[in-house]
Every structure is written in structure tokens, then in C-alpha cells.
Design a protein around this ligand. Sequence first.
Ligand code: SAM
Ligand code: SF4
Length: 333
Amino acid sequence: MDQPAANIVDTFGREHDYLRISLTERCNLRCFYCMPEEGIPLREKSEFMSSEETLAIAKVFVGMGIKKIRLTGGEPLVKKDAANIIKELGKLPVELAITTNAVIVDQFIDVFKEAGIKSVNVSLDSLKKERFNMISRRNYFDRIMKNIELLIANDFIVKINVVVMRDLNEHEIPAFIEWTKKQSIHVRFIEFMPFDGNKWNWDKKVSFKEILNLANEAFGESAITKIEDSKNDTARSFRLINGIGTFGIISSVTNPFCDTCNRIRLTADGKIKNCLFSQDETDLLQAHRDNLDIKPLIISAILDKKKQKGGAEEFDEDFVKNMQNRAMIAIGG
Ligand code: SAM
Ligand code: SF4
């Protein structure tokens, strides 16, 4: 299949060529900032896209100019036929990538290679076993660390996603950066974002500025070099002088990258979210099951995309109080 030029353009002229597909709402971890303590309601399997449906819908997007697909979740690898769907998506003319907690990555190394995946994002919010297990409410730290080593040994580009939360892990920023000195990994510190059930408040997030200050204090400004970012990068990236890896900061809250947003999200139950924070959704799965052409629905969902933050001005207390969104686990970060 040849790749057409991106033709999913919103009213602000943003071309959308990057699709994030959530394969499942289920997960083998319970990170408190992502999954509400009480869990999310269980639903019938028929409410979610099957592998065939995921593939069919993905093909329509690719026909409309999508150039990159990232698989996410929940935990994408716990989907029953994850291996099959990854391999099938790997046959499409797109860059395929995945975001995973890495708990069972060792079972997928060959699948990733066969699907042509080059880059794997792994979430890891602490380098301390007890703290990580407390945040994720499970006990898989050792396994995850081993699997990160395995990915590096198999020459994948490994990006480590760290959600930074006040009084919890911000003092680990230097240790994460130190890691990039000796290993070819790319650490990305993410500002903690508000979602349903995650008890977010303005003071719990640690801002881009604070993260950079903590890095400068630990290593000295002259030891840190800015790296050029590409147009749609969400992270502002840096490197320690003599560092093998890099580190970056994703300022989704204090300085969101809405101006250059090229992302469309497809939830595991087949709905388009045109923004992480959009309250509206478009049901592609039902339309696909009714044999309707889903292209006009995709175009119209993107034409409805707001300029920034799903239409919010600020992530202030009011926004969070009135927010009607899913829990992150049901969106796909
Ligand atoms: N299970 C996979 C994982 O953890 O990498 C993929 C899904 S997870 C929802 C995708 C990303 O969203 C993770 O890197 C996670 O840290 C991030 N995330 C979840 N909740 C968040 C929040 N409230 N603020 C910022 N990032 C969040
Ligand atoms: Fe699961 Fe990823 Fe959410 Fe953690 S961040 S609960 S690993 S989906």
C-alpha cells in the first residue's frame, strides 16, 4: 500500500499522521495515577475491538495518511492475541512503536523484531524497588529492570517514561539522568496530568522548570546540552556531556505542545479521541460493524478538535472539578 500525503487536517491546519491505538483497558499493574483505586468497570468483550477490527480500522487510517502507529493501553501486551495484531500491523507501511510497562516484554522480543518495531517506550517511575512497587501496586520491579536490559541488549531504542510527582519521586531525577551517562536510554520526565480518579491537584505536579532546575542543580548547567527537537516531539531533550543516552521533559500541563499536535487516539472500544483531554468521542467501531464508511467520521472528529487541551484554558481546580474524561487506563496515554 502506498502512503498518501496526510489528509486528516484540523481547522488550525494541523496535519494528523500519528495514530495511537489502545489495545486493551486491562493491565497487569495498577499505577495509582492511571488506574483508579477501585478499578474501572468491567465490560463485555464484545464492546472492544477484536484484532480483525483493529486492523481493518487501522488500515483506513493508513489510507488517509497515517505514518506512525503506537500501540498502548492499558497494557497492550496483555491483550490475548497481542502478538498476532502486532505482527499484522507491522505489515502496514507505517512506523510501528509501542508503549509498555515491560512486565512481559521478554515474551515479545521476536514479535517486535518481526513487526519491525525499533523503538519501545517503557514506563518506570522509580529506580527504587519499594517505591516502584508502591506506585504500581504490584511487585514486578526486578522483572521490569531485567526486561529493560533485554531490550537494550537486543538493540531496541528504549525510552523510559517517568511521571514526576511531588514528594514521591522528584528527588530521583538525578539518578535517572545519571543512568543516561552509561547506558543508551532516553529518559523522559512527564508532568503529572489530571484524569478521572487520579486525585490530581496543581501542587502534585512537578513542572518542566522545576525538573530542569533539579537537573541543573545536580549536574551543573555547563554539563547539560540542549538537543535539537523535531517538529512533533512532545519532549524537550537534553544530554549530559559525555552521556550515552539523553533525557527530556514532557510539559503536558505547564506548556502543552498543542500547536504541533499530530495525534489521533483510538480507544480499545473503538472511539476516536481527538485530544487526550477531549470530552467528545466518535464511535468508529459501531460504524465499522454497520459497514459504514468511517472516513467521514474520522475527518469530522478531527475538524472538531479544539486549539488546545481539549478546549480548556488552564488545568486549574475548576477544570479538574468539571472534567468529564476517562481514567487514563481507558484512554491510552
Ligand atoms: N501500560 C503502558 C505503560 O504504562 O507504559 C501503556 C499505557 S500508559 C497509560 C501510557 C503512558 O501514560 C505511561 O507512560 C504512563 O506513565 C502515562 N500516564 C498515565 N497516567 C498519567 C498521568 N496521570 N500523567 C502523566 N502520564 C500518565
Ligand atoms: Fe498499567 Fe501503564 Fe496505567 Fe501503569 S500506566 S496502570 S502500567 S496502563
